[in-house]
Every structure is written in C-alpha cells, then in structure tokens.
Design a protein around this ligand. Structure first.
Ligand code: GLU
Length: 446
C-alpha cells in the first residue's frame, strides 16, 4: 500500500513538544516507507486561526528538519466539505438541530444527575417539518449533526491494538455550526479521503473522534484508513503537559539552544522500548524508527534528559556540520582543532563563544598562585604544537618546580584560560598557540 500521512495542526498557536512528536512520527513513518507526508492546516476556525501561527508552524517544522510533500489548507476546501454534506444529507445522515447551548447544557446536567451518559437525545430527529419551520420563523438557525449508526465500531490500532466502540453510546457530533461553518470532524474525513491518506497517526485524545469518523468514512463510501493513536506525553511527575506547554514550545527550546536533532532523537524514541541515542543525521533517525515500537503507556517528557542528549549530540557533531553554524555565530576563524577541543564542554552550541574568545582573543587573566609561572615561561616549547605539547611542557615544569597535580595545573589553566575548569588543555593549548600563551603567562605575573 502506498503510504500517505498528514500532520494536521490548527494554526491557533505555537507548536509544542507534544505536537512536534506527532509531526515527527508521521514524517519518520512516511520517509521510512517511501511515502508522502502532508502538512494540512486545520484552519476552519477563522476566529482563532492566524497566518502568523501557520508561518511559525512551518518554521518550526523546517527547524526540526521535517519537509512536506504538499501543504493543504482547509479554508481552501470549503466547497469540498459542502458537497460532502449534501451527500450525507441526501442519505439522511445529517439532521438539523435547533437547541441553544443553554438548552443542551440543561439536558446534559439532567442526564448526569440521573446517572445517564451525557449523549445527545436526538430530540431534533423527531421534529416535524412544521415544527422546524416554526423554529426557523422564531429566528433560530439550525446546526447539523451526524447521525451515528448504533453499530459496533472496531479497528486495529497500530499502537493500541484492537479498539471497540458501540455507536449507540456516542453522541451524534455537530458537524456544521449555526453560522454554516464546519467543525473539525467532517472536513478532516473529507480531506483524508481526497488526499488518499493511508494512515492517520495522531494523539490518543482523538480515539473517540476516530470512532465517529470511521462511520463518516463509510458513509462517504471509502474504507477508513489505518489508525495509530499515540499516548499523550506527561511531565516528569506524570501530570499533563498542558499547563507548561508555553515553556515547551519549539520556539522556546530552540531559543534555549536545544539542537533540532537532539529533540528529534528524543521524541522519535520516547515511549518506545528503544534506547534513546542522539543521531547526527535525519537519515540515521529514519533508519532507526519503527512505529510498532511505540508503546501504550504515556511517556514522560524529561527536560534534563533532553539536555543530556543535547550535550551528547554536540560532542558527536562533526566539524563539517557545525562549521557554518559557528560562522553564523560570528566565531571566525572556525577551525576544526577549535571544535575538537571545545565540543566536549558544550551544553549548547552558543557555549562555544566564550571558548572562542579564550582561543583567539587577546585577553589576559589573573592568577592566584603565580609561583610556577616563571619556570613555565622559560620551559614553553617552540612551535609547532600538537596534543603532545601540554604533557611534555607540564612534565618539564613539574620537574623544575616540584609541583604536581592541582598546584601545577590550576595556575597554568587560570593563566591560559581565565577559568578553573574547561576543555582539556592538551587540546586547547595548540589552538591558543605560543604567542598568546606567552603573553598570558607573562601578563599573569610570570
Ligand atoms: N487539527 C486536529 C488537531 O490538531 C487534527 C487531528 C487529526 O490529526 O485529525 O488535533
């Protein structure tokens, strides 16, 4: 079967890690199977949908490294939805209702008080033509509901396994509002039919919608696609992410210095039995992805784990990948020896900037214990320098001063870098070079 999947955000806000996971899983599934990945903007809610959010969604997806084969906007497809509603009306599957929200709320409360499920009672189905006309003469305009069959609804979910619903236990959903605008449920099905979507992969908050939509597909004469419902992520304490979503937007994580590939590596394997390892290319990510490994338990989003992955990824990134980004940060020259020296110490790429200053800047630094610096200067070897230089030099200084360990290394580190900690000096020293090293040792009191 040719695979076509879609990611269908509403452009009413920014993408957060939960949406990003759904987008990524769809994309990986498509790319793994040589299929199509569509971006569908669910923008029928004209009040809340905004072009800025649509643009932010595109930007976030691109940043994450996802490309899409086509973009569709529901607002361009209203005529298709209208035609589908005509088909369903002709079959008697859509019926007009006139209850106000207050009336519906009253009935719902009464049902709950009687321990009945809050299912729409279909009162409007019993209206005669005259009664409808009378209601419309009062100025009421209908909203339209889809009449569900009281049948067994079943599908084999790629994540949840066999799923069953009884049509009679579900409420007939409203598909067209009083003002003639469409709610999510039917347009999504019409799109999935028209765009030949083979697999609908989305959050488990849509499971009950799927039960309804299965009947809509059937009413429109198309077999439903295959479904996969991913469990929703929680925070580390098991609470829903919704309260903290602001801080977990992709834009914020990017701003904080999270690498797109670290986030993608994390989200691709979160909630699976696979080890979560940073992948340095999207190709590797695709090759390692299996939808069938996604489990049913809610995965926990652990920001600290993501940051550890970020560090591991940076430590593994080859210079060729990172060189243009160092240049974009204004770090010139961007040399391979510099990258090799500093990457083990980075949590985020921007942390390379201060070390760049240490390697190539003209600053000099204060040193608390200046005693070994004179000998250190006297014994500073001539260039060329390599990774071996540090050891040979410090052994000589140790022999001359009798100092070892911290008493030897800390003053040298302070003089050369202005810090007590940092990248290994055997790697930094050749990048700093003899002229700067000599100037710093001298200025520090040597
Ligand atoms: N716009 C819907 C949402 O964001 C799409 C759900 C679907 O994938 O069908 O939840």
């Amino acid at each position: 079967m040719f695979v076509t999947v879609r990611f269908a955000p509403s452009p009413t806000g920014f993408l957060h890690v939960g949406n990003a996971r759904v987008a990524l899983v769809n994309w990986l599934f498509a790319r793994r199977s040589g299929g199509r990945f569509l971006l569908r903007l669910d923008d029928t809610d004209t009040e809340r949908s905004r072009p800025e959010f649509a643009e932010a969604i595109r930007r976030d997806l691109r940043w994450l490294g996802l490309d899409w084969d086509a973009e569709e906007r529901q607002s361009d497809r209203l005529e298709r939805y209208r035609i589908a509603t005509e088909t369903l009306k002709a079959q008697g599957r859509l019926y007009p209702c006139y209850e106000t929200p207050q009336e519906l709320e009253f009935r719902r409360k009464r049902q709950l008080a009687r321990h009945q499920p809050p299912v729409y009672d279909r009162a409007a189905l019993g209206l005669t033509e005259d009664q409808r006309r009378a209601l419309e003469a009062e100025g009421r305009r209908p909203h339209w509901r889809f009449r569900l069959d009281d049948a067994d609804i079943a599908w084999t979910d790629l994540v949840r396994g066999p799923v069953h619903f009884q049509g009679g236990h579900l409420s007939d959903p409203v598909v067209i509002r009083e003002d003639g605008t469409f709610l999510y449920m039917l347009p999504s099905v019409v799109d999935d039919v028209d765009m030949r979507v083979s697999h609908v992969i989305r959050g488990e908050d849509h499971v009950a919608n799927t039960a309804v939509q299965v009947q809509m597909f059937e009413a429109l004469g198309t077999p439903p696609p295959t479904f996969a419902h991913l469990p929703l992520m929680t925070d580390i304490g098991g609470e829903g992410l919704s309260k903290r979503l602001g801080s977990l937007s992709l834009a914020d994580l990017r701003e904080q210095g999270v690498e797109a590939l670290a986030l993608a590596s994390y989200l691709a394997h979160l909630g699976t039995s696979d080890a979560i390892e940073p992948q340095t290319t999207h190709e590797a990510l695709i090759a390692g992805f299996e939808l069938s490994h996604c489990g049913r338990a809610s995965p926990k989003f652990d920001a600290e784990q993501l940051w550890r992955l970020n560090e591991k990824l940076l430590h593994a990134l080859p210079f060729t990948t990172v060189a243009p980004r160092l240049a974009a940060l204004g770090l010139a020259p961007a040399e391979e020896v510099f990258w090799e020296a500093v990457r083990p110490n980075l949590r985020r790429l921007a942390d390379a900037a201060p070390w760049h200053g240490v390697c190539y800047g003209e600053a000099t630094f204060a040193v608390l214990d200046q005693a070994p610096l004179k000998e250190a200067i006297a014994l500073l070897p001539p260039e060329p320098w390599s990774q071996e230089t540090w050891k040979a030099w410090t052994q000589a200084v140790s022999a001359a001063t009798g100092r070892k360990g911290k008493a030897l290394f800390l003053p040298l580190r302070q003089a050369l870098t202005g810090q007590d900690h940092g990248p290994e000096l055997k790697a930094l020293l050749p990048v700093i070079g003899r002229d700067r090293a000599l100037a710093r040792l001298t200025a520090s009191g040597g």
